[in-house]
Unconditional design. Structure first.
Length: 142
């Protein structure tokens, strides 16, 4: 009976410190790998450049403001807006403008974007004949 009791306690008594040490290392490794994964996630997330999308939106906003400054929205003529858009917009961009808010403000100029392109959109406001109107433009790279 004595040998059986000694046999059962043999592995546990000698390796008690080893089990605690192993658990300590396991917890430390979990913490280290969690920190490494978190750091690599944020590094790759910050590596994405936000400026190309910002440039697209600014280009669209500048074109719309130039149109408003030139008075193209005072009396809405789709052909005149389309011609100005084709002449002014840089060749690497394409743009679609849709006016709405009231019957006097409704117009649509430009081509529809391709399904495989990244399209950015923004909304601008203007007045025509004393009415407040809104337009939404979509801009993308060719």
């Amino acid at each position: 009976m004595m040998k059986k009791k000694q046999y059962l306690n043999f592995g546990f008594r000698k390796n008690k410190k080893a089990i605690i040490f192993t658990l300590d290392i396991a917890v430390a490794l979990i913490v280290v790998f969690t920190l490494l994964l978190t750091a690599s996630f944020f590094i790759t997330r910050n590596a994405q450049d936000p400026y190309p999308t910002l440039q697209l939106i600014r280009t669209g906003s500048d074109i719309v403001r130039l149109m408003e400054y030139k008075g193209l929205f005072d009396s809405i003529d789709e052909q005149q807006i389309s011609d100005y858009l084709n002449d002014t917009l840089p060749s690497r961009f394409e743009m679609k403008i849709e006016g709405s808010s009231s019957p006097a403000c409704e117009f649509e100029v430009g081509n529809d974007p391709a399904a495989d392109k990244t399209v950015l959109s923004a909304k601008e406001f203007f007045t025509t004949n004393g009415e407040y109107c809104s337009l939404r433009y979509k801009i993308w790279l060719k």
